[in-house]
Design a protein around this ligand. Structure first.
Ligand code: AMP
Ligand code: GLY
Length: 428
C-alpha cells in the first residue's frame, strides 16, 4: 500500500514510525511532515489544513490509504473529499467530527444518549449566558463552542471571572468564530485520564489509557498547553473502569452516532474526569492525542496499518491488538516562550546521542532543518522524548536521560512528567 499521513507534529512522527514498520506499507508519505519524519517517510510540502491540496497530492502520488492526524482537516471534511476522490482515509467524516468540532453538538449528543458528563447550558446570547452563570454559581467552566487549539476552555473560580470569560470569548472573539456560541458547564472534581478506542462505525476496539500534563510548569502550575508530557497506561484506568468507560461512554456514542445517520469511524479519544471510580466525559476528540499518540505507538506490538484499514472497511469485529506490557512515558521539550510566543530558529544538538539510549525514541514535533542542515526549533512543542520501562519510574528515568543528552539552550521541559503514577509506585 502507498500510505499518506496528514500532519507534521509529534503525533504524526509516531504514526509514521509505526506505519513504516508495517510489511503492508510499500511507500510512506507525510504532508507536510518534519525533519524527524523525513527519516521514515517522504515529506510533501502541503499543509495539513489545505484540504484540496492534500486531495490533489494524494491523487498525484497514487495513494491507497490516508491517515489524518489533526482535528482541523477532519472537521473541514478531508475524509469526505478523499472518499469522493476514491481514496480510503482513516478518520471521521465532517458530520461525525462534530463530536470535537462543536462542544454544543457534543453536549446535546451526550444528553440524547445518556453519556455521563457535566451539567451544562449552551448560549449564543451573552446576557442569557451570564444569567445562567449567576443561577449556577462558581466554580464554573466556560467553553468556546468551536475548535480553539485546546485554549477555548476557561476554568472560573468566581462569577466575575465567568462573566469576563463570556466577554473574552463572545464579545472580544478571542477564538474567532469558535466563540459565536458557548457552553457553560458544571465544574467537575477528580482525576483526569484519557481513553482511546478505534471505531469502524459499529464496533469499538479499545486501545489504551493515558494521562497527560496540560499545565506548562512543574507541579501542574502555570497556563495550560497542548500537553507537556504523557504516559500510558494510566494506573487509575484499571480493568473495571475500562469496562465502565466502554459500556457507559464509548459504546453508547458509537451506537448513537450510527443511529443518527453519521456513523463514527476513526479514533475516539475520551477525556475523562474520574471521581470515586465513576467516569464522566469532559470532552471527545476525534483523533489521536498529541503527545498521547507517542506513548501509545511505542507500546503497540501489533501492526498498526491493518487495524486502521479494518476500521475504514468496517471489519474491526474480529480484530485484536496486542500491546507491550511496558509502560511508556514521553517528555515534551518546548521552545522558550511557549505557550505564549515560542522562540523560533534556535539550534538543537545531541538528537543522535539521545536516540542511541536504550528504549528511548525521540519524536520531532515542531522542528525544521535550516539552510546548513542543522535542526532548529519551529514551533511551541518541539520534541517528544519517549521511553519505555517496566514501571513509570523506570520509563521516566530513561526519558530524562534522553532529555539530558539533548543540548538545546532555546528550550525547556517539565521535570516531573508521570508524578502521580510515580508517587503511586512509591506507595506500593
Ligand atoms: P477540554 O478541552 O474540554 O478537555 O478542557 C480542557 C481542560 O479543562 C480539561 O483537560 C480539564 O482539565 C479542564 N476541564 C474541562 N471541563 C471541565 C469541567 N467541567 N470541570 C473541571 N475541569 C474541566
Ligand atoms: N493532548 C491533548 C490533545 O491532543 O488534545
Amino acid at each position: 500500500m502507498r500510505v499518506l499521513v496528514v500532519g507534521g507534529g509529534g503525533r504524526e512522527h509516531a504514526l509514521c514510525w509505526a506505519l513504516s514498520a508495517s510489511p503492508l506499507c510499500d511507500a510512506l508519505y507525510c504532508a507536510p511532515g518534519n525533519p524527524g519524519i523525513a527519516a521514515v517517510a517522504t515529506c510533501l510540502p502541503v499543509s495539513a489544513e489545505d484540504v484540496d491540496g492534500v486531495v490533489a497530492v494524494a491523487q498525484k502520488e497514487k495513494i491507497d490509504f490516508v491517515v489524518v492526524g489533526p482535528e482541523a482537516p477532519l472537521v473541514a471534511g478531508l475524509v469526505d473529499k478523499l472518499a469522493a476522490a476514491g481514496i480510503k482515509a482513516f478518520g471521521p467524516s465532517a458530520l461525525a467530527a462534530r463530536l470535537e468540532g462543536s462542544k454544543a453538538f457534543m453536549k446535546d449528543f451526550f444528553a440524547r444518549h445518556n453519556v455521563p458528563t457535566a451539567a451544562y447550558g449552551r448560549f449564543t446570547d451573552t446576557a442569557k449566558a451570564k444569567a445562567f452563570i449567576d443561577a449556577k454559581g462558581a466554580p464554573i467552566v466556560v467553553k468556546a463552542d468551536g475548535l480553539a487549539a485546546g485554549k477555548g476552555v476557561i476554568l472560573c473560580q468566581s462569577i466575575a471571572e465567568a462573566h469576563a470569560a463570556i466577554d473574552t470569548i463572545m464579545t472580544d472573539k478571542a477564538f474567532g468564530a469558535a466563540g459565536n456560541e458557548v457552553v457553560v458547564e458544571e465544574f467537575l472534581d477528580g482525576e483526569e485520564a484519557s481513553f482511546f478506542a478505534i471505531v469502524d462505525g459499529e464496533t469499538a476496539l479499545p486501545l489504551a489509557s493515558a494521562q497527560d500534563h496540560k499545565a506548562v510548569g512543574d507541579g501542574d502550575t502555570g497556563p495550560n498547553t497542548g500537553g507537556m508530557g504523557a504516559y500510558s497506561p494510566a494506573p487509575i484506568v484499571d480493568d473495571a473502569l475500562q469496562l465502565r468507560v466502554m459500556n457507559e461512554i464509548i459504546l453508547p456514542t458509537v451506537r448513537g452516532m450510527a443511529a443518527e445517520g453519521h456513523p463514527f469511524k476513526g479514533v475516539l479519544f475520551a477525556g475523562l474526569m474520574i471521581s470515586k471510580g465513576v467516569p464522566k466525559t469532559l470532552e471527545f476528540n476525534v483523533r489521536f492525542g498529541d503527545p498521547e499518540c507517542e506513548v501509545l505507538m511505542v507500546r503497540l506490538k501489533s501492526d498498526l496499518l491493518p487495524a486502521l484499514v479494518a476500521a475504514v472497511d468496517g471489519q474491526l469485529k474480529n480484530f485484536d491488538l496486542r500491546w507491550h506490557d511496558d509502560v511508556a512515558l514521553t517528555v515534551i521539550m518546548a521552545a522558550n516562550g511557549y505557550p505564549g510566543t515560542p522562540q523560533k530558529g534556535t539550534v538543537i544538538e545531541g538528537l543522535d546521542a539521545a536516540a542511541k539510549i536504550e528504549d528511548v525514541t525521540v519524536f520531532h514535533a515542531g522542528t525544521k532543518a535550516d539552510a546548513s542542515g542543522a535542526i532548529v526549533a519551529n514551533g511551541g512543542r518541539v520534541l517528544a522524548v519517549t521511553a519505555t520501562g517496566k514501571s513509570v519510574s523506570e520509563a521516566q528515568a530513561r526519558a530524562y536521560k534522553g532529555v539530558d543528552a539533548i543540548r538545546w539552550p532555546g528550550g525547556f521541559c517539565r521535570r516531573d512528567i508521570g508524578w502521580r503514577a510515580v508517587a503511586r509506585e512509591k506507595q506500593r
